[in-house]
Design a protein around this ligand. Structure first.
Ligand SMILES: Cc1ncc(COP(=O)(O)O)c(C=O)c1O
Length: 408
C-alpha cells in the first residue's frame, strides 16, 4: 500500500512545531512563557457583532445550508466597504465572493487556476499559504525576496525572464506578514503594468488593510485603473474585527478569477453558517469605532515592545502596520539562525517568538514577534529579554577578557 502521498510529500514538516513543542514542555514544567509566537488575536469580537450573531442564530430559517459564494447582503456590504474605503466600484454579483477566511480563499483559488508544473511568483518570506496553496495544487514556486521598492520590481523582472514556462500568477501581500512592509499606489501601479504586459494574474492579500498606525491607510491594488483586468484581492474579518475563529474573508476583483473560485467552491462547501454572514455584514455596515480601538491596542503594544527594547542591544524597526514586529536577530546571535535563537530566547527569557525561517529561506535572519500579549505582559517580556541580553553580553565580555589575559 502506498504511504507516500504525492501532495503530502510536497509539504515540509512545520518549522513552528519544534518551537511549539518546546513551549508546551516549558509550560508543563511550570514556566510562564510569554507567547508572541502566533498571529492569533487575543481580544473578543466587539459585542454588537456577537449580538447580531445570536439574534440571527435564533431564526430557524437561518439553520439551513447557506450560499457557497456568500449571502447577497454580505457581498453588498463588502462592495460598500470598498466604495467607502478605496473609492473602488465592485459588482457584488460578479466581482465579490465570501470565503471561509481569506486563507481558504487563497488556497482554493490556487487550486482552481493551477495546472501541474505551473510556475507562481511568491514573495519570500511570506505567510505559508501563499506558496503552499500553489504547491498543494501541483504548481511550483519561484521566490522573490520581499521589498516594496525598485529591488522587488527588478527581482520580479529577473524571475519572469528566467521562468519557463512563463509564470501563471504573482502573489502580493502588503501590509506584509511577516515583514510588516507596506506598499503605496505607485508601487501597485508599476506591478499592475508589469503583470498586464506579461499576462500574469495577481493575487493580492490585504488581510491587514485596517491594522495600521503612524502611516496612511494601506491602499488596495484595485484602486489602480485596469487592475481588475488581472487582479483579485483578499480581505479578512479576522484582524479588523477580532474575528479569527469565525472564518470570514472575501475575494474581490477580476470576474474570471472570482468565477473560477465560485465554481470550485460550489463543489466544496455550502458557505459559512448564515448567522455568521449576517453578523459579518452588520460589522461592515455598522459603527467602526471598534476598528479604531483595535488599531490603538496594537499600537500601544507595539510601542511598549519597541520603545522598551530600545537601547537594550536589540533594536527592532517599529512596524507601521500589521500585528507583527519583524526583528533582526541581534548581531551577537546572528550565527545561530532564527530557529536556535528562538529556542534560546524561550529558554533564557521565557519568551516565545516565531523563527523567521518558518516563513521562507530569506526569513532566517529575523524572528517575528506577534503583538498578541497585553501591555503588561509585553513589558514583562521586555524586562526578561533585557536581563537575558545583559547577562549574555557579560558572559561574552568575560570570556573575551579571559582570552586576552591568557594572551590568546
Ligand atoms: C497575510 C495573511 N493572510 C491571510 C491570513 C489568514 O486570515 P484568515 O483568518 O482570513 O484566513 C493571515 C492570518 O494570519 C495572514 O497573516
Amino acid at each position: 500500500m502506498d504511504h507516500d502521498f504525492h501532495r503530502i510529500k510536497r509539504l515540509p514538516p512545520y518549522v513552528f512545531a519544534e518551537v511549539n513543542a518546546m513551549k508546551a514542555r516549558a509550560r508543563a514544567a511550570g514556566d510562564d512563557i510569554i507567547d508572541f509566537g502566533m498571529g492569533n488575536p487575543d481580544q473578543p469580537t466587539p459585542a454588537h457583532i456577537v449580538e447580531k450573531l445570536v439574534e440571527a442564530a435564533r431564526n430557524p430559517r437561518a439553520h439551513r445550508y447557506s450560499m457557497s459564494r456568500g449571502i447577497p447582503g454580505l457581498r453588498k456590504a463588502l462592495s460598500g466597504y470598498y466604495q467607502r474605503r478605496f473609492n473602488v466600484d465592485l459588482d457584488p454579483e460578479s466581482e465579490v465572493i465570501v470565503t471561509l477566511g481569506s486563507k481558504e480563499g487563497l488556497a482554493n483559488l490556487a487550486n482552481a487556476i493551477t495546472s501541474p508544473g505551473d510556475i507562481v511568483l511568491v514573495p519570500n518570506p511570506s505567510y505559508p499559504i501563499h506558496p503552499y496553496g500553489f504547491i498543494i495544487a501541483g504548481g511550483s514556486c519561484r521566490y522573490v525576496p520581499v521589498t516594496p521598492d525598485k529591488d522587488f520590481l527588478a527581482a520580479l523582472d529577473r524571475a519572469v525572464r528566467h521562468s519557463v514556462p512563463k509564470p501563471l500568477a504573482l502573489v502580493l501581500n502588503y501590509p506584509s506578514n511577516p515583514t510588516a512592509l507596506i506598499a503605496d499606489l505607485d508601487f501597485y501601479g508599476e506591478v499592475v503594468d508589469f503583470c498586464r504586459h506579461h499576462g500574469i494574474w495577481i493575487l493580492s492579500d490585504l488581510a491587514y488593510a485596517e491594522i495600521y498606525f503612524d502611516t496612511a491607510p494601506p491602499p488596495s491594488i484595485l484602486q489602480i485603473p485596469g487592475a481588475k483586468d488581472i487582479a483579485v484581492e483578499f480581505t479578512s474579518m479576522s484582524k479588523t474585527y477580532n474575528m479569527p475563529g469565525w472564518r470570514m474573508g472575501f475575494a474581490a476583483g477580476n470576474k474570471t478569477l472570482i468565477g473560477a473560485l465560485t465554481r470550485i467552491k460550489s463543489y466544496l462547501d455550502y458557505g459559512a453558517f448564515t448567522p455568521i454572514q449576517v453578523a459579518a455584514a452588520a460589522a461592515l455596515n455598522g459603527p467602526q469605532d471598534c476598528v479604531e480601538e483595535i488599531r490603538k491596542m496594537y499600537q500601544d503594544r507595539r510601542d511598549a515592545l519597541i520603545e522598551g527594547l530600545a537601547g537594550s542591544g536589540w533594536d527592532i524597526p517599529s512596524p507601521p502596520a500589521t500585528m507583527f514586529a519583524w526583528a533582526p536577530i541581534p548581531p551577537a546571535f546572528a550565527h545561530l539562525g532564527s530557529l536556535e535563537f528562538s529556542k534560546l530566547l524561550m529558554r533564557e527569557a521565557k519568551v516565545a517568538v516565531a523563527p523567521g525561517i518558518g516563513f521562507g529561506e530569506y526569513g532566517d535572519g529575523h524572528v517575528r514577534i506577534g503583538l498578541v500579549e497585553n501591555k503588561h505582559r509585553t513589558r514583562q517580556a521586555v524586562r526578561n529579554i533585557k536581563t537575558f541580553l545583559g547577562s549574555y553580553n557579560r558572559v561574552l565580555e568575560d570570556s573575551e577578557k579571559a582570552r586576552a589575559e591568557a594572551g590568546q
